[in-house]
Design a protein around this ligand. Structure first.
Ligand SMILES: [Zn+2]
Length: 501
């Protein structure tokens, strides 16, 4: 029971969660206890005995957890969306996520001062907390470098200066080296960027240059080089058409060796065997932009056809590409080939083009990805967006519990939750969330793991997850029994691990 001084310090209790099975996010086993919240802060964890009549009138709101799990809200290390358009983000709340990360894959809002955009979000409200990254591709565009492979010193310095000022209030830099314009960056540019990120003690999150099984090692090694100057992180780690547990072991060993050499490297993963991105992913480096594509179409037509034929075939064929935008939604590339009565590579060239669609690609191997998922150092992301045509945007964090704890029983709930909460907070450098601890912010979820279900499927990807009965953001109930509050309680987070000169 809390001491008398404690009770006089907090004459009013905003929220009491009693009798929960507390999994605090550290990986320790559950213990039964109560959590006391004042304002947005956890002020006490233990046995309150507040059911005692003497205290009842001090408690504004009381949730009886009835021995359900009480844990920190999940932190999504790779999310997408526009909070100015869809601030409610019920897709994330419904799967227990209380903090998202935006500005991913090298792509943040193309505004000259990101701070203004973030202030607008704070003013208009957002249902979940937001940890923001600034995109390398966006910085290239803002500084006039765009797709130039060899930027002038003046342009490069302009980009570094924008990065430098933006890192004061963001969590780091994201790169998208598989996408234009980021793919044009050379080693010198990436090193220069990493030095600025390191100076601010921030993080580089990278969609690495190439995730194919024969390129992934080289691509991670490229990131490790940046890791000599800053903390680095592999986004949505995967081996495209790699197979078997050995493929995962090789990747994990590479990360382990880098850590032994003093590089602070981490990674996240989403629990699905299909990726989702723009169709340009299957086009060659020389036909990714519209301009390049128009030229390639007339001057290198047969070469382009052959490239696409081989690439898609290697990616498990046209039936393994499920399109998710516009008129193609729900159709595979194979379906379109039959519909238009032409080979799929011609559909890609004459009907769709590199900018014409996004799709889900069934290119991952379950054994390999599961091996990665179980590794203690790997954390998690949804890589989801509310309107995206992939179930990860509404299901990822529920699926982690449903599939790997409840159904397959290959990881314990305390360990999985640690990877979904405190480890993710540590990666981002958030020191007051991700762990249920006195003094930390009250981002808390209450659930029965047996009831957690990822309802979203590939044909119906927009179905909300079930089972997270209560989702608390900054001490307020953001969603309860399937109903989201009309008020938003999320915040634009400020990085805390700063040590700026
Ligand atoms: Zn990505």
């Amino acid at each position: 029971m809390p001491s008398e001084p404690f009770l006089s310090q907090y004459p009013q209790i905003d929220l009491l969660i009693s009798n929960g099975k507390i999994l605090d996010g550290s990986g320790s086993d559950a213990f039964v206890g109560d959590i006391v919240i004042v304002g947005d802060e956890i002020v006490y964890i233990g046995d309150t005995n507040f059911s005692n009549e003497a205290y009842k009138n001090r408690i504004k709101l009381h949730i009886e957890a009835e021995e359900r799990i009480v844990s920190p809200g999940f932190i999504d290390l790779h999310s997408h969306g526009d909070p100015l358009k869809t601030p409610a983000f019920e897709n994330f709340l419904a799967m227990g996520i209380t903090t998202i990360t935006l500005g991913q894959d090298g792509d943040s809002p193309p505004v000259p001062i990101l701070r203004n955009w973030l202030n607008e979000i704070d003013e208009k409200g957002i249902s979940v907390n937001l940890a923001m990254f600034v995109g390398h591709g966006t910085l290239r565009d803002l500084s006039g470098i765009s797709v130039e492979p060899d930027p002038s010193e003046e342009d490069l310095n302009r980009m570094l200066a924008i990065l430098d000022s933006t890192l004061e209030y963001t969590f780091g830099l994201s790169t998208g080296l598989e996408y234009t314009p980021g793919l044009n960056a050379n080693e010198a540019e990436l090193t220069a960027l990493a030095k600025v990120v390191g100076k601010h003690q921030r993080l580089i999150m990278s969609h690495i240059r190439n995730e194919d099984d024969d390129q992934i090692v080289a691509s991670i090694e490229e990131l490790i080089k940046q890791g000599k100057h800053a903390k680095v992180h592999v986004s949505h780690i995967k081996s495209v058409y790699g197979k078997g547990a050995d493929g995962a072991k090789e990747i994990l060993k590479l990360l382990q060796n880098a850590r032994q050499n003093g590089v602070n490297i981490s990674a996240d993963l989403y629990p699905y065997n299909a990726s989702y991105t723009g169709i340009s992913i299957v086009f060659p480096l020389w036909a990714k932009t519209q301009k390049q594509f128009d030229l390639a179409k007339t001057e290198r037509r047969s070469e382009l056809e052959e490239f696409l034929r081989n690439k898609v075939t290697r990616r498990n064929g046209p039936e393994a590409t499920l399109l998710g935008t516009g008129p193609y939604t729900g159709k595979t590339l194979g379906d379109l080939a039959r519909e238009y009565e032409m080979p799929f590579e011609q559909v890609l060239i004459d009907i769709i083009g590199p900018k014409g669609a996004s799709g889900a690609y069934f290119v991952m191997n379950d054994e390999l990805q599961t091996q990665l998922l179980l590794d203690p150092t790997i954390s998690f992301s949804s890589d989801g967006r509310i309107e995206g045509f992939h179930p990860r945007g509404h299901g990822a964090f529920a699926k982690l519990i449903e599939e790997y704890v409840t159904n397959r029983k290959i990881i314990s709930l305390p360990e999985l939750l640690r990877k979904m909460t405190s480890q993710s907070a540590q990666i981002l450098g958030i020191d007051n969330r991700g762990l249920l601890k006195e003094g930390n912010k009250a981002d808390i979820i209450i659930f029965d793991p047996e009831q957690v279900k990822a309802v979203a499927t590939y044909p119906k990807p927009h179905q909300l997850a079930e089972g997270f009965d209560i989702v608390i953001v900054n001490g307020k109930i953001a969603r309860r029994n399937g109903k989201a509050d009309d008020t938003f309680y999320g915040k634009v987070l400020q990085p805390t691990s700063h040590n700026t000169p």
